[in-house]
Design a protein. Structure first.
Length: 58
């Protein structure tokens, strides 16, 4: 492998690093602020079916 080829490969790698960092960060931003992909059932308000605590700490 010639020195010229190594320098070109190194330069391409150096140029690709900022692109990869920006792509990583923008992917996280899209995931955080994007449309929710939760698939939870619509259950509504659930009544409390337990017993209240009898001990008062205050």
């Amino acid at each position: 492998m010639s020195t010229n080829t190594r320098v070109q490969d190194l330069w391409q790698t150096v140029k690709a690093i900022p692109h990869n960092v920006i792509q990583f960060i923008s992917g996280a931003i899209v995931r955080i602020f994007g449309v929710s992909d939760d698939d939870y059932p619509e259950t509504g308000v659930q009544p409390f079916e337990g017993e209240p605590a009898k001990d008062k700490y205050f």
